[in-house]
Ligand binder design. Structure first.
Ligand code: FAD
Ligand code: SF4
Ligand code: SF4
Length: 402
């Protein structure tokens, strides 16, 4: 139970299952085993290439493109590709149910794990719950019901732990498990969420949708449709405190969910007014099968943007390293820079900074650097186990020390 004692637990939900010993769940925990490595090799027959800069960041991929649904799913996080794919998988009897999350009845942004067996229940799982969520708890329902084919929608920690568990122990071995992954980063504990939202938004009570966007602003949509935009640079300084994020998420090295059959995000797509373009990374044969279910419902677009973002990442890397090293730093409640200047800066960076695929490259590298130094300075004994082998190669590209 060492990883829990150290706070390295993302509450993935596997340990809550009572149908098998908790010690078994703990053996499969990604924080006990580390990210990628052998797990990636078992899924793809090889680890990602250290010679390929794109594969090092985005993982092993059969096909990548941007797209949105022609008829978008109302209330989904973006155009609703994940929800639609899950509904179609159930309709076509590819699976007997879907392990995912519903919204909690008492808090819009909180989650309740669900094993959805009807189209209505799958539809009700749409939309983000930006808090640590015990998705895998619902495996128990599927297991007790004797299901043989299920779909699991989860973040990288869920899918790492699930794939390990299915292989290591007999309980789920007879089940065919299809997986859809969300990219995931900067997730938070429920106990911290109200405090964080109050510091981001001028009217937290009416917030219904939130995302960190490619225009260097947080977009918060409210219940009356108003979208509040807050430049990253104008957030209160205290939101830069690494201590507000769960140590598990600061020790996470698979932003783009590389063990999913298909990953569906938005970060590598172009941000265009009035559109909800998403970024799709098809990884396995099962991923191709899932995509085929909704292929005709998609408007597809090629990826856009230039890959290059070296100077952009390099210019922030020293500041990241220092803030991870300074364990006792005090953070003030003051905004880092005034709103108006923050918007001007975001506007300039929106014009000259990385876009499309370059923005995804930047975001992956920024978080990978931040997490490497978080673990190095705060959990040094976990460094060797948790950090996948491509991370030092990327650090070396920026001339950063190990
Ligand atoms: C904390 C968090 C951070 C994210 N960061 C990024 C990012 O940096 N870049 C990026 O490209 N994408 C990110 N995403 C994913 C993105 O916001 C969308 O969920 C994704 O693009 C799918 O959009 P959609 O319209 O197809 O989703 P929908 O059709 O609305 O389906 C979303 C699915 O994800 C499930 N889900 C919601 N919250 C969670 C959760 N906490 N854990 C597990 N499953 C959940 C829902 O229950 C639903 O099944 C993040 C998601 C979360 C929850
Ligand atoms: S992350 Fe999951 S498997 Fe690991 S300790 Fe937490 S609940 Fe258990
Ligand atoms: S940031 Fe990583 S560890 Fe945290 S919830 Fe997301 S995938 Fe899991």
């Amino acid at each position: 139970m060492k990883q829990i004692e150290k706070g390295l637990c993302s509450s993935c939900g596997l340990c809550s299952v009572k149908s098998w010993p908790v010690e078994e769940s703990l053996q499969s925990c990604v924080f006990a085993n580390g990210w990628l490595g052998e797990r990636e090799k078992k899924l793809f027959g090889r680890q990602r290439s250290l010679e390929d800069p794109v594969e090092m960041r985005f993982g092993i991929v059969a096909e990548r493109f941007t797209a949105q649904l022609k008829h978008q799913v109302s209330g989904a996080q973006w155009s609703g590709i994940i929800t639609r794919m899950a509904m179609r998988a159930l309709e076509e009897k590819l699976v007997e149910g879907v392990v995912s999350l519903h919204r909690s009845s008492d808090h819009h942004f909180f989650s309740v794990p669900v094993f959805a067996e009807t189209i209505e229940e799958v539809y009700a799982a749409r939309g983000n719950k930006p808090v640590l969520s015990p998705v895998l708890q619902s495996l128990e329902n599927a297991y007790k019901l004797g299901k043989k084919k299920i779909l699991v929608i989860g973040a990288a920690c869920h899918l790492h732990t699930l794939r390990d568990f299915q292989e290591r122990f007999a309980h789920l071995r007879d089940m065919e498990i299809l997986t859809i992954g969300i990219p995931c980063v900067d997730n938070v504990a429920r106990s911290k969420w109200p405090w964080i939202l109050e510091r981001m938004s001028g009217s937290p009570g009416s917030a219904r949708h939130m995302e960190f966007m490619q225009d260097f602003r947080i977009h918060i949509r409210h219940d009356n449709g108003r979208v509040e935009k807050i430049p990253f640079f104008s957030l209160p300084e205290e939101l830069s405190d690494p201590g507000i994020f769960p140590p598990a998420c600061m020790s996470c090295f698979d932003y783009l969910n590389s063990l999913a059959d298909i990953t569906v995000g938005y970060i590598g797509a172009e941000l265009l007014p009035g559109e909800n373009r998403q970024w799709v990374l098809v990884r396995t044969e099962t991923g191709k099968k899932l995509l085929k279910l909704i292929e005709h419902e998609l408007d597809r677009f090629p990826e856009t943007g230039r890959w290059e973002c070296h100077s952009f990442v390099k210019s922030t890397s020293q500041r990241i390293i220092e803030s991870m090293r300074d364990v006792n730093k005090q953070f003030s409640a003051k905004r880092k820079i005034p709103f108006l200047i923050g918007h001007m800066l975001a506007g300039v960076l929106g014009m000259i900074g990385p876009k499309g695929i370059g923005f995804a490259h930047y975001s992956v590298d920024f978080h990978l650097i931040r997490h490497y130094y978080f673990v190095k300075y705060r959990y040094p004994d976990q460094l060797e186990k948790l950090v996948p082998r491509h991370v030092p190669v990327i650090l070396a590209e920026y001339g950063l020390p190990l």
